[in-house]
Ligand binder design. Structure first.
Ligand SMILES: Cc1cc2nc3c(=O)[nH]c(=O)nc-3n(C[C@H](O)[C@H](O)[C@H](O)COP(=O)(O)O)c2cc1C
Length: 352
């Protein structure tokens, strides 16, 4: 393999998703068959990067994307990880070996077309084939819990609504939101472009103005019901108007770094499979993250009501985890690690 092929693989790999588009990795090309990925996390300044786990999930998504991309060039991928302590800077050594018998992964064409869909979508029911494909993509270590009926979707939308209140009123989340949106942009190199946020242009202008300072946000929230418009647009309507919510559940609670990486690999396979099936998807990790804080008894905000609200989100998400339907593959009270709430039938365009 020559350097051009390697560059093409890396070019595809960098399309991997990461929380808030932080891309917590840097590539080092050791030689044409060896890439060293220097992982990092953002736990010191991003409220959502709980113990770096969302970044570890992103590392997994990156490794899976690398594997799929390399398969398109007839290369088999193996990797090892070296990491210590709190896993702040894991180093992944990825080796690429030519394998004439290797069949290119059918998901390779979806790497660049995968999107985050944060707007309301069609409610056309998932077909049995789509449901089956998503479940198969999760692999043996994970099960999928799918919420499809209007009642189930209402319940999930309610959870997202409550979780969004924390997100929008938590002072510690404000600097994260302020830094992450690239206003008036359709594309962004390292942030979330305005057009992907999921609000209409008028709300975007208002948000941009309000988000200049925490004082403005507090004033709006307190006197002008400031969280209502974004919560309706970003959480309630997309939560109700979708085909299904999909919850990825590890069969065993993740404990080691490798468990989080596996989870990220599964998430990316499910996401690319959704794209392959003509579905759109939005990951929603914030309810899960607030649940992590609440269950660990960890305070994440100086605002006193945040802890109570996180406990309420935790109680409501626990209700959702109860098995109710035949489609639930694994009913063990596993640990929620990722929520992928919106999937829609094909044909829906989401950028205005
Ligand atoms: C671990 C992880 C958690 C994420 N959590 C959320 C989330 O809670 N809400 C959301 O809208 N997007 C979430 N995303 C999507 C990212 O914001 C998105 O992947 C990133 O901005 C890059 O955009 P792209 O996927 O379109 O390339 C998450 C992605 C990952 C990998």
């Amino acid at each position: 393999m020559n350097r051009d092929s390697l560059n093409r693989i890396l070019d595809l790999a960098r399309w991997a998703p990461s929380g808030d588009n932080t891309q917590p990795w840097r590539f080092e090309v050791v030689d044409d068959h060896h890439i060293r990925v220097h992982g990092f996390d953002t736990r010191d300044h991003v409220l959502y990067d709980y113990d770096g786990h969302p970044s570890h999930i992103a590392h997994g998504a990156l490794l899976e994307t690398l594997r799929i991309a390399a398969s398109g060039a007839g290369l088999k991928t193996t990797w090892t990880v070296a990491s210590q302590g709190e896993h702040r800077n894991p180093i992944y050594d990825v080796k690429l070996v030519s394998d004439p018998a290797l069949v290119p992964d059918p998901l390779v064409d979806c790497i660049e077309t995968r999107t985050v869909q944060r707007r309301p979508m069609k409610t056309t029911a998932l077909t049995p084939a789509q449901r089956q494909a998503l479940m198969a993509a999760a692999g043996d270590s994970f099960s999928l819990q799918i919420f499809e009926t209007p009642g189930e979707r209402r319940q999930v939308a309610g959870l997202l609504w409550d979780s969004a209140r924390i997100r929008l009123t938590c002072p510690e989340a404000f600097p994260v939101h302020k830094a992450v949106i690239e206003w008036k942009a359709r594309f962004s190199k390292d942030r979330i472009p305005e057009q992907a946020v999921g609000v209409d242009p008028a709300t975007a202008r208002l948000m941009q103005w309000v988000m200049q300072s925490w004082g403005r946000v507090e004033f709006f929230n307190r006197y002008l019901l400031g969280t209502v418009a974004p919560r309706i647009q970003l959480d309630l309507l997309p939560g109700l108007r979708c085909a299904a919510h999909v919850l990825v559940r590890p069969k065993h609670p993740p404990t080691k770094l490798e468990d989080w990486i596996d989870l990220g690999m599964a998430v990316q396979r499910i996401w690319l499979t959704a794209t392959h099936c003509g579905l759109y998807l939005q990951p929603q990790m914030t309810p899960v993250i607030f649940r992590w804080y609440a269950r660990a008894g960890r305070r994440f905000s100086t605002a006193p009501q945040m802890g109570e609200q996180a406990l309420a989100v935790t109680a409501n998400s626990s209700k959702l985890l109860m098995p109710r339907r035949a489609t639930i593959l694994d009913s063990s009270p596993g640990w929620v690690s990722h929520r992928c709430p919106t999937a829609a039938h094909s044909g829906w365009t989401f950028l205005s």
